[in-house]
Write a protein that binds this ligand. Structure first.
Ligand code: SF4
Length: 251
């Protein structure tokens, strides 16, 4: 199955869940980066800082921290010259606030003084920014500059492996395999769709396979079914043999 079809089925699964959830008052939300892209017209600095803040925290915490920070500081130069303690307090809701504040200040300094206040738009230059790895750089390319790239976080890595699109041990390996196997026209849609699907359907623990429209093609689901059917067969055959043993003993 091609990735375009997979993406469509993920959206259809989430749409059905949303219809079901809306009657109970719960609605699926866009990811924090997608929201930033839509609300701020993809402002590259906010997307970059939002990606740094989103590490190991929930989307709602990222939203609050980004809002706090940019209601106080408008550009890279202001952030570069800000007191670290002030940045720490503003980004505190995102957790690991000391490390993240230091990273934000270092990145802002380089953007302000080496790139004249403009976030660079190539992978090579983004990777030069302090502490910026491939996932963050690729997020900036996709969400800020609308360039084809595949940011691989824990959701993309897990789901690509569960579906059988790749067999990989690290997000970097997943990124390279996906770039090799998936048509470039789909690259920009992978992160947003897989992350939302991972937060709402294909969760790390207890994925909602029963409602998932991908189960017919999913490797993880097929293997789980195989284990379930073989364990139910073996429990049936052992209870049969217990019955026949009782039968022999009863004669
Ligand atoms: S593991 Fe379950 S929820 Fe995830 S893609 Fe496969 S069938 Fe869907």
């Amino acid at each position: 199955m091609d990735v375009g079809r997979i993406i469509d089925l993920m959206h259809e699964t989430m749409r059905r869940l949303e219809v079901r959830g809306s009657s109970q008052g719960s609605r699926l939300r866009l990811t924090a980066l997608k929201e930033l892209q839509e609300e701020e017209s993809g402002d590259p600095l906010r997307i970059l800082i939002g990606t740094i803040l989103s590490a190991r925290t929930r989307d709602e915490n990222t939203r609050v921290a980004v809002r706090n920070l940019f209601s106080r500081f408008k550009g890279a130069r202001e952030l570069a010259d800000a007191k670290i303690e002030e940045i720490e307090q503003l980004v505190r809701p995102a957790g690991f606030y000391r490390v993240k504040a230091r990273r934000i200040k270092e990145v802002a300094r380089m953007i302000a003084y080496e790139y004249d206040g403009r976030v660079p738009d190539t992978l090579e230059e983004l990777l030069r920014l302090p502490g910026v790895g491939r996932k963050t750089a690729n997020c900036v390319l996709v969400y800020a500059f609308d360039k084809p790239a595949i940011p691989v976080d824990t959701h993309v890595h897990r789901i690509a492996n569960r579906l059988g699109l790749v067999s990989s041990r690290s997000p970097e390996e997943t990124e390279h395999m996906l770039m090799h196997r998936v048509d470039e026209v789909y690259w920009k849609r992978i992160n947003d769709t897989f992350v939302m699907f991972g937060q709402n359907v294909c969760k790390p623990i207890a994925p909602s396979c029963s409602v998932c429209l991908l189960k017919d093609t999913c490797r993880y689901y097929r293997e789980k079914e195989l284990v379930n059917s073989s364990s139910s067969n073996s429990s049936k055959s052992s209870s049969k043999s217990r019955r026949s043993t009782r039968g022999v003993g009863g004669r």
